[in-house]
Ligand binder design. Structure first.
Ligand SMILES: N[C@H](CCC[C@H](N)C(=O)O)C(=O)O
Length: 294
């Protein structure tokens, strides 16, 4: 899927060695959520990533998350995930769907497993340019979000205010990464860029948090915008969509399955009663190869 194209030194204008290698990676998106996908299976160590190198990559090729496929003894690959701010994180629903699609093109299989820091995820071809991923069980205890002190995650004892707009009592859910979901009456006129960062960096969340802002349209449709931890506003957020469905259903605001309408597209989420797993389904788009300096 991606290959090293050379390992010679790349010199900068002063003749200093800047990079040891270049490789071909792939630009992809899931409902507009933008990724760079790099496959280093069989070439461990070729990619020596640091927060600075990830940030430099994000400046050269804007993305929300960098996804790196590494060798795994138990799954088809181990996928590591970095936000564009350079922090490595545990889960990325849309990224998992995008990586699975690319791997399925290679193998011809219609199911596969991807191991991640947030757990082993099973992906399935869901039709042309569409992939489903089983995101596993939602984690709902305050220690699993995590929070700095005990609290009922159904609706947190938490409020923020900025420029005269006050929001409170979000639901908290972890899908392998932390989410706080606020229920808003009119999302079209809500200041996500104003309040998103205030929520992301609130002291209640020791690992920061992804801030979801959801408007319930009816029991099967939710409009959602997400200020992502370490990435800001994104066109869609897969784990955010899962968290919004779980938080809303826990409060009786929607069914166990709903369509989540993001800025960049629609994601179907089902919180399956039979095994408590959350299934995320939606579109993927292959934006083609890019050369990465690494
Ligand atoms: N866009 C990703 C979420 C990335 C979450 C990341 N921002 C974090 O810090 O957890 C998704 O589709 O699930």
């Amino acid at each position: 899927m991606c290959a090293a194209i050379n390992t010679g030194a790349v010199l900068d204008v002063k003749g200093r060695e800047r990079y040891r290698s270049r490789m071909i990676a792939r630009l992809m998106n899931g409902a507009g959520n933008k990724f760079i996908l790099a496959d280093v299976r069989g070439r461990a160590g070729v990619f020596n990533l640091s927060a600075d190198s990830v940030k430099a990559m994000a400046r050269a090729h804007p993305f929300d998350q960098l996804l790196v496929l590494e060798d795994s003894d138990t799954s088809d690959a181990f996928m590591r995930i970095w936000n564009s701010d350079g922090d490595e994180v545990g889960a990325c629903g849309n990224g998992t769907r995008a990586a699975a699609w690319a791997m399925m093109q290679e193998t011809g299989s219609d199911t596969l497993s991807l191991d991640t820091a947030g757990g082993v995820l099973l992906a399935r071809d869901a039709g042309p340019m569409s992939v489903s991923v089983d995101m596993g069980e939602p984690r709902l205890d305050w220690t699993e979000i995590p929070l700095v002190r005990p609290m009922d995650t159904l609706q947190l004892d938490f409020a923020v205010e900025k420029d005269g707009v006050r929001i409170e009592a979000p639901g908290a859910v972890s899908m392998g990464n932390p989410h706080a979901v606020f229920f808003i009456r009119d999302i079209a006129n809500f200041p996500v860029t104003g309040l998103g960062p205030v929520v992301e960096h609130a002291p209640l969340f020791p690992e920061r948090v992804n801030a979801g802002f959801a408007q319930i349209l009816d029991a099967r449709h939710i409009r959602l915008r997400v200020w992502e931890r370490g990435a800001g506003i994104t066109a869609a957020c897969g784990t955010g969509a899962c968290a919004a469905l779980v938080a809303a259903h826990r409060r009786g605001l929607c069914d166990r399955q709903a369509m989540i309408h993001a800025d960049g597209g629609d994601l179907s989420v089902e919180w399956r009663k039979s095994d408590n797993h959350v299934i995320l389904t939606g579109p993927v788009e292959d934006e083609g190869p890019i050369e990465l300096d690494i």
